[in-house]
Design a protein around this ligand. Structure first.
Ligand code: FEO
Length: 466
């Protein structure tokens, strides 16, 4: 069954009511999800995207029940990830000569995943158009690193629909399809969770991309993402929410305490910190979350909202607990900025956990305060007496520049710089021969208009690394 969207546009996706995990086990799905594919039936018939591999047979049968596959003139693939292309190989077996419109990097991604099948790719870039008859066109807009290098959006003129791919989406199975019909609490909770856990590492790109779309001067009546609801009632509200969340200074008056515990000593410290926050700043919202028991994606959403966090673990065999270690690695990948942090924990004999936590928090871009609580065995009064100093440091202002990645001091000619957006690295020793930069070229000798070859971001988003 297809569902009518607007004029000659229909939804022909898969409502994944039962989905519980996404990206392997990396993303917890609370209320199902959807893979949104769309059918545009003007003088030309366009299929936009497909659905995830496990649903390919059911989806293709559904598509066949709506149209003769041979009537499809064009396929648009906005993004190569398999939740949107997993059914493409099966479809292409039936209509192998149908042209596929996608970005250059999507060709690489599709051929990398499904092999070189000889498909008829038509590479498009920002501003390219495709006439689909009845006076309507598709306009393509590259969305590099939002959230893959190959991502793009497609705009349908006259109907004024922006098919935004993953951006503005949510993992939310909403049978009602449209934002105005959806449960608003579920919708906004899932939109924020999606932004934090999928898009946050690339949020520096969101403001400029929104500006670029605004500068295209195109009216947007609907935003149709690839997961969750279609924004038809005031679609600008999700654009405004993204602009707000992408602001580097966005934070709420909240402190989140994240911990794990073995024999409840570190848990007692977590509770003492929460009580002291209320004591010093009753208006500050406090969340206490166990990494062992709470969902890691939900914890990250709370960290995103927070101006500061405290992270606790007991020392176990000279290290932190594995639950905390894994969570800290995830924290680093999300690239939070402008937040304070502190470590705390109990120990029996060696007591390394707090130092390890503090080092990991610095690596993750947090400003680690000059106060912590290390408690030998169970927290005694003398340990609890250190809690007020930790809390007052967390409640203070973030120091300017505290989130800058540490410069290594490597010798010129040996330095390596990493793009903070996509992770591509430039090595002075190796240069970038694919782009005509000779080995031995120093970072400062690269032209000022040098751009990351993957995500096309400028020099100032690079940091020197070891
Ligand atoms: Fe929904 Fe990046 O795939």
């Amino acid at each position: 069954m297809k569902k009518h969207v607007k004029a000659n546009v229909s939804w022909i996706g898969y409502m994944d009511w039962e989905l519980k995990k996404f990206h392997g086990d990396e993303y917890s799905v609370d209320v199902g999800s959807s893979q949104n594919a769309y059918l545009i039936q003007e003088e030309k018939t366009v299929l936009m995207d497909t659905v995830w591999t496990p649903h390919k047979d059911e989806w293709l049968n559904n598509l066949k029940s709506e149209i003769d596959l041979n009537d499809i003139d064009y396929i648009v693939i906005n993004h190569g990830e398999c939740d949107h292309t997993g059914s493409l190989p099966l479809l292409m077996k039936e209509i192998p000569n149908t042209p596929i419109y996608c970005s250059a990097l999507a060709v690489k991604s599709l051929e990398g995943q499904y092999g070189k099948q000889g498909w008829d790719f038509h590479v498009v870039k920002t501003g390219d158009t495709l006439d689909i008859g009845n006076g309507k066109e598709l306009i393509f807009v590259e969305m590099k690193m939002l959230h893959w290098p190959d991502s793009m959006a497609t705009y349908l003129t006259k109907d004024n629909i922006l098919f935004s791919m993953d951006a503005f989406g949510q993992h939310f199975a909403c049978g009602e399809l449209f934002n105005d019909l959806a449960d608003q609490d579920l919708l906004w909770n899932q939109a924020l969770k999606y932004f934090v856990n999928i898009l946050h590492p690339f949020k520096a790109l969101i403001g400029p991309k929104l500006k670029e779309i605004e500068n295209l001067n195109i009216p947007i009546d609907m935003i149709a993402p690839s997961h969750g609801v279609i924004w038809r009632d005031n679609p600008n509200q999700i654009i405004e929410a993204y602009a707000k969340w992408a602001d580097p200074n966005y934070q709420e008056d909240q402190i989140t305490i994240v911990y794990d515990t073995m024999w409840n000593g570190t848990e007692k410290l977590a509770h003492a910190i929460a009580d002291e926050i209320f004591n010093q700043s009753p208006k500050t919202r406090v969340k206490v979350m166990s990494v062992a028991h709470e969902d890691k994606n939900d914890i990250m959403t709370e960290v995103f909202k927070s101006k500061a966090i405290a992270v606790g673990s007991p020392t176990c065999v000279n290290d932190v607990l594995t639950s905390v270690a894994g969570w800290l690695a995830f924290l680093r990948s999300l690239k939070f900025k402008n937040k304070k942090a502190a470590g705390f924990g109990c120990y029996g004999w060696s007591g390394e956990s707090v130092k390890i936590i503090e080092e990991e928090l610095k690596r993750a871009g947090f400003e680690v305060v000059d106060a912590n609580v290390r408690s030998n065995w169970n927290p005694e009064q003398e340990d609890l007496d250190k809690v007020p100093a930790l809390v007052s440091a967390l409640l203070g202002e973030v120091q300017e520049g505290a989130d800058e990645e540490e410069i290594t001091g490597n010798a010129p000619g040996k330095r390596v710089y990493r793009c903070s957006i996509c992770g591509w690295t430039y090595s002075e020793e190796k240069g970038d021969q694919a782009n005509g930069i000779a080995p031995g070229t120093l970072w400062e000798d690269l032209p000022e208009d040098f751009k990351c070859p993957i995500c096309k971001q400028p020099k100032n988003v690079f940091n020197e690394v070891e």
